[in-house]
Design a protein around this ligand. Structure first.
Ligand code: ADP
Length: 164
């Protein structure tokens, strides 16, 4: 039984993330999506909101769980019994920092291996921050994020709505 941890900000979840989840779920027995509580980042959605949206987007997918974590990813990987950390790779620009993180995590815990899953071509330029910009300026985000994310995203980015 191999558990894979898929950590990230998911602020908000996009089809790019879901694609990685689906492919990881096709390889590993159990996938734990872990939403990072990062006090140094100013998120658009609280971790609770992100978890709820991810759960709703997942529908009846089997073998996929969602939780939150703070602190070191590797500590949370140990906590959930994960032998694998999954990260998605888009352009070359993702590579350097991801490689650095993977090596550091390996140093901290040699029994946990980072596995990179390359993005699908159609999600190559998709990122949560780009989606937020697009939504903020009234662009159509419906093809980039799950249906249940569209409403909350538009609502949160409406002028005057305070960020959490
Ligand atoms: P982080 O703040 O950890 O980068 P993100 O939510 O931006 O959190 O991303 C989480 C993971 O999902 C990362 O491994 C990232 O590379 C991957 N990811 C994000 N967008 C895409 C995409 N469009 N295609 C494939 N992987 C993606």
């Amino acid at each position: 039984m191999i558990t894979a941890l898929y950590p990230g900000s998911f602020d908000p979840l996009t089809h790019g993330h879901l694609d990685i989840v689906d492919r990881a779920a096709g390889i590993f027995d159990r996938v734990v999506i872990a939403v990072l509580e990062n006090p140094s980042k100013q998120p658009l959605f609280t971790t609770g909101e992100r978890v709820a949206m991810i759960r709703e987007s997942l529908g009846d997918r089997k073998g996929v769980e969602v939780s939150t974590f703070s602190g070191l990813t590797i500590d949370f990987a140990r906590q959930v019994g994960a032998r694998v950390i999954v990260r998605g790779l888009r352009a070359v620009s993702d590579f350097e920092s991801e490689f650095q993180m993977a090596l550091m995590n390996r140093r901290l815990e040699p029994d946990v291996t980072t596995v990179f899953i390359p993005t699908s071509l159609r999600h190559l330029f998709l990122s949560s921050s780009l989606i937020k910009e697009l939504a903020e300026f009234g662009g159509d985000i419906s093809e980039f994020v799950p249906a249940n994310v569209v409403g909350p995203l538009k609502q949160r980015l409406t002028a005057g709505t305070p960020r959490p």
